[in-house]
Ligand binder design. Structure first.
Ligand code: HEM
Length: 166
């Protein structure tokens, strides 16, 4: 048996197979540890933004939401003279941001945005409750499950003290 004729080519062949297998194992490891495309959370958990259905779903929800808000005589007066197209665009960007989607909100913070409504128009807890109820019923209408609705409500709830300037 010749060393150069059989054993050396055999060693080279085994070496190539080992390198090939190792590179395959490494690249599949890279794939496994990478977060899903478009996810803002490490570890593979989808953001609330993604679970709601992304931009299209949030756009649809905000449009229905403001239709409900403006149909409610108790809260409608606050939106008198407000450009609702711009308002909806700001709300879409704000919610997208707080739900873990792309950050494009450049509007005011919640205290600044609502301060004048509190001090000049008497915006209070019961108006806030109406708005939360419209948000809840909008998401239910769109078929969002109860657990996810509650997550959205919890985030909206977390803005209450700022919105009511207290
Ligand atoms: C769930 C909590 C709320 C959130 C997350 C929210 C979000 C927003 C955002 C993002 C803006 C735009 C800010 C800007 O102009 O840069 C805004 C403005 C406004 N919000 Fe809210 N809002 C909430 C509660 C309320 C409530 C309870 C009312 C009244 C019933 C209200 C009435 C308004 C009005 C009238 C404006 C426009 C103010 C203006 O342009 O002069 N909001 N809100």
């Amino acid at each position: 048996m010749s060393f150069f004729g059989i054993i050396l080519p055999l060693i080279l062949l085994i070496g190539i197979i080992v390198i090939f297998l190792m590179s395959g194992a490494m690249s599949s490891q890279e794939v496994a540890t990478e977060p899903p495309r478009g996810s803002s959370h490490a570890g593979g958990k989808q953001s609330l933004y993604e679970r709601l259905g992304g931009t299209a779903a949030i756009d649809a929800a905000v449009d229905i939401f403001y239709r409900r808000v403006l149909a409610d005589a108790y809260v409608k007066p606050f939106f008198e003279g407000v450009d609702m197209e711009k308002q909806a665009a700001k709300q879409k960007a704000f919610l997208t941001m707080v739900f873990g989607g792309p950050h494009s909100y450049s509007g005011k913070d919640m205290r600044e945005a609502h301060k004048h409504l509190v001090h000049e128009m008497g915006l209070n807890n019961s108006h806030f409750e109406h708005v939360l109820a419209h948000l809840r019923s909008t998401l239910a209408e769109l078929g969002v499950d109860d657990g996810t609705i509650q997550e959205v409500i919890d985030i909206a709830e977390s803005t209450r003290d700022d919105v009511l300037d207290r």
